[in-house]
Design a protein around this ligand. Structure first.
Ligand code: SF4
Length: 350
């Protein structure tokens, strides 16, 4: 995978683009005016691995809440602004680390110029966040959707560049996966700026994770993308979990354990599905990037268990426990979970 070259920029303490690791973002789902709830959710997000958080700024009170929220959390905050440039100015005044502007509902040059001037003064980057759902119907109505999205971003980029502003990041999100991929591909070699990837409104966790993995995963595999957000109708930590699974699947980031488990079949002589679910639940408490294998029989079991840091290869009512490629014991089915986790825990403490 050769990564597209992009201009790095700083969102608070986090670098996005250039050679920096692909950054994982999410968005709070609290009412931003409810300061304690928003602060709590940002703290939860930080614990689960989120690196930059976006918050909705629907009105002046929400913008003003950002002052206290900013003082009480350490994750960089991006203010999500639509319709009203005054809210962007208020968010910048409140001390946010980045802005997201939607060119689909904020196109007035004079107003954008005022926001740019304030962002420039504070060295705050702006994401041009194009969303298929909020493209004005009058904008290049005859062109295909992906092209309209890319062209809308290019138009906004030109406006910002004309104003001498280059702290730019771009996203082109649609619900339709091929449209999303095409839009990013169209713009990737036309601009030097970092790209934030996402498939918008991807849905409930199961289907949303799949849509996101395909859309974001294909682009990342082509070297496109500097930061990602998985949009799910779920707690934002679920978004962060899926984002890391996408990055881990492509070998782009490591965080927490990876579970290799066989699907089970007629050869399995222990209840692999129940065992894998129990292991997965217990692994949530492990922070090190340990590879754990739970395998049902001798067909692929010993190979995968040997390859993992810790593994089980099951036989009839029992299983061999592997650690770093060597068998360290054989235990009965009822003791498999505890024996496996004892090995995992001892590696996690090292
Ligand atoms: Fe079936 Fe064994 Fe493969 Fe698991 S490892 S799916 S039990 S053949």
């Amino acid at each position: 995978m050769t990564r597209r070259t992009s201009k790095p920029l700083r969102i608070g303490k986090v670098t996005v683009g250039g050679d920096a690791p692909i950054v994982v973002q999410s968005m709070t789902k609290t009412d931003t005016r409810d300061i304690p709830a928003t602060v709590n959710q940002i703290k939860e997000l930080e614990i689960c691995g989120c690196e930059i958080v976006r918050v909705a700024v629907p009105d002046r009170q929400a913008a003003e809440s950002l002052v206290t929220i900013r003082q009480n959390v350490s994750l960089p905050i991006i203010a999500d602004i639509h319709f009203d440039y005054h809210l962007a100015l208020a968010a910048l005044k409140a001390g946010v680390d980045g802005l997201r502007l939607n060119p689909g509902n904020m196109g007035d040059r004079e107003q954008i110029a005022r926001v740019i001037a304030a962002a420039k003064e504070r060295d705050v980057p702006i994401r041009i966040g194009v969303n298929a759902g909020s493209l004005p119907a009058s904008f290049q109505p005859k062109a295909p959707l992906a092209e309209r999205m890319a062209n809308m971003a290019l138009e906004q980029i030109r406006l910002m560049e004309d104003l001498g502003f280059h702290l730019i990041k771009v996203s082109l999100k649609a619900f339709d996966v091929p449209t999303t991929i095409q839009a990013y591909q169209m713009i990737a070699d036309k601009i030097p700026y970092a790209l934030h990837l996402g498939v918008t409104e991807a849905g409930l966790p199961r289907t949303g994770a799949i849509r996101s993995a395909i859309g974001i995963g294909i682009l990342l595999y082509q070297g496109i993308g500097d930061t990602i957000r998985v949009s799910l109708s779920a707690h934002p930590c679920e978004e962060v979990f899926v984002a890391y699974e996408i990055l881990k699947s492509l070998g782009l980031r490591q965080r927490g354990p990876t579970l290799v488990s066989c699907p089970s079949c007629g050869r399995a002589e222990v209840d692999i599905i129940t065992l894998a679910e129990a292991v997965s639940k217990r692994l949530k408490k492990i922070s090190k990037p340990i590879k754990v294998a739970v395998m049902g029989c001798v067909v692929n079991g010993p190979g995968e268990a040997e390859d993992a840091d810790v593994g089980i290869a099951c036989g009839k009512g029992k299983g061999a426990i592997f650690r770093k490629g060597k068998v360290v014991g054989t235990v009965s089915e009822d003791k498999l979970l505890e024996a496996l986790m004892a090995e995992v825990n001892s590696l996690d403490k090292r």
